[in-house]
Design a protein around this ligand. Structure first.
Ligand code: SF4
Length: 388
């Protein structure tokens, strides 16, 4: 599987901590002064793919283009990158090809843009909607409003997108139950039908984000755990009633529409991450190696320019403890959990027994153990109890 990070946005959202640079033409174009930087980035990605193709022998089965905002990349550059990746990694049809988009780019690009995405092989679109409340969207510094998100859904469906994922955010202290219910109702009643996939993340305070500054200045107070838990419960109940499979703490899918690429991350499959800031996971004998390119566009372009030093990558070999922790953490965030024998071998048997007794864990078919759905919200408190 291959992930490509597109490090550009037209503005920065209040809560965001992802690595990204502001693109020329955006509301505040201070980071990238030279538009040629964007095409230099595309050249660098193509060179990185050529350099690293051996890390994915046999070719990837999934490609995920995320960011940043992939939909701000000029389509001609995206097409060039995808063509190069397909040649370098030699895939022969992908099981899933996802691209992340923002509603305003779909509304601006129209049906033609979406048809172009489908022509280069995109068969799954993940759209960052976050909310259908204009006040919430404004506070988040999103560039779209609810009407634009609905228009984007209309365009995506009319252009033939049959696998649509929508991202939402909950846990805002000023978002009351009525506002949250309205957003959930709207996502289940989108033009063209409900999305095949919904991801819902609790608002968190990321280092360096505008939200962190708002809190320092006393201009925002985080929602209490009770409020967040209640909003999560409302979501789980509504999506369960609408037929969604709650297959990971933050992810819901109509049956058979679970994200293949993301599911592979949670099962611990190796992956190649391209682009500045993107992480990769590879096997070296029995060891697992995590590596990443520094989150710096300028250094990335320099490293992968002709004759570049290519020394932008850093790596660490995971210790046995780190591997066990990661396995337990990723597996127990899913509804299939993990085999009890493996959990006992890697984890803390006393903690496991304690969590079984308090019903924070339960046994399911096939000798497996999972966190019950009604305890998913506190999985971050349960999992540390299970680690040695
Ligand atoms: S949330 Fe998405 S669009 Fe907003 S700043 Fe972060 S990467 Fe960019």
């Amino acid at each position: 599987m291959v992930y490509l990070h597109i490090p550009f946005c037209r503005s920065f959202c209040t809560y965001c901590g992802f690595y990204s640079e502001l693109l020329p033409g955006g509301a505040a174009c201070r980071n990238i002064r030279n538009p040629e930087t964007v095409s230099a980035f595309a050249d660098a990605v193509c060179r990185e793919a050529a350099d690293r193709k051996a890390e994915c022998p046999g070719g990837p089965d999934t490609l995920y283009i995320g960011g940043g905002t992939p939909s701000v990349l000029p389509f001609s550059l995206l097409e060039r990158i995808v063509r190069t990746l397909s040649e370098e990694f030699r895939w022969n049809g992908l099981e899933e090809f996802t691209v992340e988009v923002n509603p305003e780019d779909i509304a601006a690009g129209g049906k033609k843009y979406v048809e172009d995405l489908r022509r280069i092989g995109v068969d799954r679109v993940s759209m960052g909607v976050q909310s259908f409340d204009d006040g919430v969207l404004k506070w988040m510094n999103r560039r779209h409003d609810a009407a634009t998100a609905l228009e984007a859904c209309r365009i995506l469906r009319s252009a033939g997108v049959e696998n649509l994922g929508v991202d939402l955010i909950f846990g805002l202290s000023f978002m009351d139950e009525k506002m949250w219910n309205a957003t959930i109702w709207q996502v289940l009643n989108l033009p063209g039908g409900p999305p095949e996939h919904i991801s819902a993340y609790q608002l968190s305070v990321e280092d360096g984000s505008a939200l962190e500054k708002l809190i320092w200045k006393g201009k925002y107070r985080e929602a209490s755990d009770e409020v967040c838990a209640h909003q999560y419960e409302i979501l789980c109940r509504a999506l369960g009633a609408a037929g969604y499979h709650h297959y990971e703490v933050s992810n819901f899918a109509l049956p058979g529409r679970e994200a293949v690429h993301n599911s592979a991350y949670w099962s611990g499959k190796p992956y190649v991450g391209l682009g500045p800031g993107a992480h990769s996971l590879s096997m070296s004998g029995e060891s697992r190696v995590r590596s990443w390119a520094k989150p710096s566009l300028q250094e990335y372009i320099a490293a992968y320019s002709a004759g570049g030093a290519k020394d932008i990558r850093e790596s660490e070999v995971l210790t046995e403890e780190q591997m066990a922790m990661e396995k337990i953490m990723l597996s127990l965030r899913t509804d299939t959990g993990m085999p009890e024998t493996e959990l006992r071998r890697l984890g803390n048997p006393d903690g496991i027994d304690r969590m079984l007794a308090s019903e924070d864990l339960k046994r399911i078919r096939g000798g497996r153990i999972r966190i019950p759905e009604d305890r998913f919200f506190i999985s971050d408190a349960i999992i540390p109890e299970l680690v040695r």
